[in-house]
Design a protein around this ligand. Sequence first.
Ligand code: RAM
Length: 348
Amino acid sequence: MKFRRSRLAVAAATAVMAAGSLLALPGTAGAAGTLKSGQTIYFIPKDTLNPYEVIADKGGQMALKAIGDKEVISSGTVDTAAAQIPSIQAAIAAKASAIVIAGNDPTALCPSLAKAQAAGVKVVAFDSDVNCPNHVFINQANTQQIGTSEVDLLGAEIGYQGQIAILSAAATATNQNSWIKYMKKELGLPKYSKMKLVSTVYGNDDPATSLTVLQGLLSAYPNLRGIISPTTVGISTAAQYLDTHKSLLKHLTLTGLGLPSQMKKYVLDGTCKEFELWNPSNLGYLAGYAAASLASGVITGAPGQTFSAGKLGGYKILPPAAGTGPSVVLGPPTVFNKSNINLPSSNF
Ligand code: RAM
């Protein structure tokens, strides 16, 4: 975790460390020496076009290259389970050792993943979990923390008052839906009694669809005070639109989860004051090590087991929590704003 930490991130770090996923131990070589080389591991992102997923897959490639394994990236171009199933079948046909998948749907992928497991393929979910048995989920950050902190950021910016909306990804995306669940919970606190969630719209992680639903939102709710977009595609589309419709910024505030590389321009010109993310490359890298460790028999995926994730150090598998099965948490999210968006550590 090489981020410069905001106060929020430090608080999150404390929570995550308390949860015990990242091992704060020196000498994290662990069982790295026993990882098998020459394995083929399929990375199946939500889609192959989303720049966030592309960075995560490259992180996976870095890990597998270091281990001596091979990464195959395969998915569709739309965020549906149906578009991912052929890639699971391809992994089985190729006798892959493991699949690392970002689930476009919590349950629709389970029959195909079960077939893969029956054929001896280990399953890791990353970014967006699947509610299927016998897999490990590599979570980007504490699920609850991501949801509640988005609401906290927006609330502070709009004086805890007014109509707000969510511009999400696919309606079936496990990660966005889990975060939204915690956003709603947070909004139930007395502090937010004057903030009203009026709508949640789904842009399917497609820029054109995101723009269409954004425009629909703006015309349906002319007094909208805030938008949370917990997806890089949604927030960057909204930022681009607001940048060319600056009068909207008189009453509208945008925040969410985005790539600093895409959001930099909008932070520097004041279109978006702050947003959050973690390092997606490190997420893919950690998932790569987890998959190789499972496929090498170094871990079985049971809570409490530990493994080495190369340059990131040692990680522990956490017990089921917040709607996931056994999981590993990468680390706390970082809040990006004018103070850190230009730093080399924000270069992704
Ligand atoms: C999007 C994807 C991904 C999410 C990031 C923040 O690009 O939907 O799943 O984790 O945003």
